[in-house]
Design a protein around this ligand. Structure first.
Ligand code: PEP
Length: 263
């Protein structure tokens, strides 16, 4: 279903009216985690100022350590809904448990499945049945074939509104959190009709790499990028070191504006 064999034209997925697909580079930005109404609103305003047309933000955070901030849950979803009201930015947010899919879908414009759940087949089937577009991160240990098969689990439930997101894979390299596999973008686009975007924030885990990797994403033909921003990263409860700050936004906006010239 997700293969290009029977579907030669590349697809565009619409999220709350915002297109993600071959004719544009969509910027999705926002806080890694929803922490407070003020922090989420400020991050959303930063995202919008940089040219974002979709707001990201995690209310359910799949953390490596069980002692780390796990997200605000439904209270976080309510904050996202309020910020959507204020900024008019549709919401992309992660769901980590099949039992929460209906709840998260009742607030979200797009459901995100993260790298740690990328082969959680019960979750994939549940999001496939939820009637909302889905962003499927690549499992950090998944081959491209395994990633596309994970997408197939969603598609099988009748949902072809799927966006693939390359977010770095595990390699021997320790200088970055994960290694962004830029070649995955053209490979996946050749094999599948689904849009493919890049997450330069979670792949590197480092603020100084986000803008260079965003340039790489655009140069390699990604259909969008998803980026963390935070008004006060030093106080962030999750992934502060990779969040862009106010001073980075002009450059981010500039990079997004160069897109038409690159085509
Ligand atoms: C995220 O986008 O909030 C996230 C946790 O990403 P990943 O699943 O790629 O680590």
């Amino acid at each position: 279903l997700v293969s290009r064999e029977n579907h030669p034209d590349r697809s565009t997925v619409h999220v709350g009216g915002v297109p993600i697909g071959p004719d544009t580079v969509t910027l999705i930005a926002g806080p890694c985690a929803v922490e407070t109404p003020q922090q989420t609103l400020e991050a959303a305003q930063m995202a919008k100022a940089a040219g974002a047309t979709l707001l990201r933000g995690g209310a359910y955070k799949p953390r490596t350590s069980p002692y780390a901030f796990q997200g605000l849950g439904e209270a976080g979803l309510r904050i996202l809904a309020d910020v959507r009201e204020e900024t008019r930015l549709p919401i992309v947010t992660e769901v980590v448990d099949a039992h929460d899919v209906d709840l998260v879908a009742s607030y979200a414009d797009m459901l995100q499945v993260g790298t740690r759940n990328a082969q959680n087949f019960a979750l994939l089937q549940a999001v496939g049945a939820a009637g909302k577009p889905v962003m499927l991160k690549r499992g950090m240990n998944a081959t491209i074939e395994e990633w596309l098969m994970a997408a197939e689990y969603i598609a099988q439930r009748g949902n072809l509104d799927i966006v693939l997101c390359e977010r770095g894979i595990r390699t021997f390299e320790t200088a970055t959190r994960n290694t962004l596999d830029v070649s995955a973008v053209p490979v996946a686009q050749r094999l599948s009709h689904l849009p493919v975007i890049i997450d330069p924030s979670h792949s590197g885990g480092r603020r100084d790499l986000v803008l260079p990797l965003t340039r790489a994403a655009i140069a390699v033909g990604a259909d969008g990028v998803i980026i963390d921003v935070h008004p006060h990263p030093e106080q962030a409860l999750c992934d502060g070191p990779q969040a862009l700050v106010d001073g980075d936004l002009r450059e981010l906006a500039e990079i997004m504006r160069t897109f038409p010239q690159l085509m």
